[in-house]
Design a protein around this ligand. Structure first.
Ligand code: PLP
Length: 391
């Protein structure tokens, strides 16, 4: 097969395009992870990452994928047989549930249609019915990467507060952190779960848990077995700028650079940039005459858009044509959405022209795959970008 010309468009909703500055930072020689230079690196990063979570509290990091960070959140706060409440918002919420059950937790899984976020009213009902406070944690995926739906965490918190329920709130921000407004402290989240390969613009390999005071108390009584994931030895070593086991040194170089980039742009501007790109993408999809999977105007993801292909057409065929002809990767439909949706990632290191190129590739691919689309999608997107060019 001939080598594709031009750069690859990695428009899956993570891993995302890694900026050259970050790649360059990661290419520095690996240093002694028990020496003073490394300690300075750790202390800088652990400080600089707090605003991204919207927290003044500690952030624990692991060499891991997001799944590891999910497991860490559960094993540090819960005990075997504990009941947790979770919402079936899509494929990733379902995987998290399965992981929790394998750990010996009992999961009350609120059914969902994979087109809406976690419903605060249902949460209020469930918590009101739980007078004995059997539910120990509420687990929510903030941005469901399989559907492009963002749950309203502030409203979830309000439902918990109104019910006066003491459950912990655990939130997966794996595809929202650094792309969508998020406030660990203000929203009273106990454990925020994140990883490196999406809004943080790094390759895969780092997992994170941001912790509340209540989470730090829970770790003292939680009895699920844990060793590698135990927050306490990590927090202890971090105080001096170290880790209990060998850290992913070069990823940490990249993280330092990525955090500088986010701070330089300003987090508020980063969020507005993602909102504009999402709005422009939806304008294109609707102008083509296709449906966006998310059904609630308040819950559209700023990080990705899941597009429904009309019946009788195969979303995987569209992706295949686009990869083959235009050297661009789009996200596949996952789980029960396989073949019926494709996902356009517009998060991370991404600008207006990258979006215009992405949408042009999608439009051409839809036409080549024989999906009937109306003209004008790209113009509709450009109009949104032009109207909000100064936003
Ligand atoms: N949660 C969400 C929302 C995700 O998007 C993903 C992966 O894309 C995961 C969890 C699992 O993370 P990982 O594949 O890095 O283990």
């Amino acid at each position: 097969m001939a080598q594709p010309i031009g750069r690859h468009f990695l428009q899956i909703p993570g891993p995302t395009n890694v900026p050259e500055q970050v790649l360059r930072a990661m290419s520095a020689p690996t240093i002694d992870h028990r020496g003073p230079e490394f300690a300075r690196l750790t202390l800088d990063i652990l400080d600089a990452i707090k605003p991204v979570f919207g927290t003044a509290g500690p952030v624990v990091s692991y060499p891991s994928s997001g799944t590891g960070a999910w497991e860490a959140a559960l094993v540090n706060t819960l005990s075997s047989g504990d009941r947790v409440l979770a919402f079936e918002t899509g494929h990733f919420a379902t995987l998290w549930r399965e992981l929790a059950e394998r750990l010996g937790l009992t999961v009350d899984f609120v059914p969902g249609d994979w087109r809406h976020g976690a419903d605060p009213a249902t949460l209020a009902e469930r918590l009101a019915a739980d007078r004995e406070h059997v539910i120990k944690a509420v687990c929510v995926v903030h941005n469901e990467t399989s559907t492009g739906v963002t749950s309203r965490i502030a409203d979830i918190r309000r439902a918990m507060d109104d019910a006066g329920h003491p459950a912990l709130l655990l939130v997966d921000t794996i595809s929202s952190l650094g792309s969508i407004d998020y406030r660990h402290d203000e929203w009273g989240v106990d454990v925020t779960i994140a990883c490196s390969q999406k809004g943080l613009m790094l390759p895969p390999g780092l997992g994170f848990n941001a912790l509340s005071g209540k989470a730090l108390q829970a770790v003292e009584t939680a009895s699920l077995p844990r060793s590698y994931w135990d927050w306490r030895p990590i927090l202890e070593a971090n105080r001096r700028g170290f880790f209990p086991s060998t850290p992913a040194t070069n990823l940490l170089y990249g993280l330092r650079e990525a955090l500088h980039m986010l701070a330089d742009e300003g987090l508020a501007d980063v969020f507005v940039r993602h909102l504009r790109h999402a709005e422009a993408t939806r304008a294109a999809v609707r102008a083509w005459g296709l449906d966006v999977l998310c059904l609630d105007e308040r819950e559209h993801s700023a990080a990705l858009t899941a597009v429904v292909v009309p019946e009788g057409h195969d979303a995987d065929k569209v992706r295949e044509v686009i990869l083959d002809r235009f050297n661009m990767s789009l996200g596949a439909g996952l789980g029960r959405l396989a073949g019926t949706v494709f996902r356009i990632g517009h998060l991370g290191h991404f600008n207006d022209v990258s979006l215009a190129g992405t949408l042009a590739g999608v439009q051409l691919g839809l036409e080549l795959a024989g999906v009937p689309v109306r003209a004008g999608g790209i113009d509709a997107a450009l109009r949104v970008l032009a109207r909000r060019a100064d936003a």
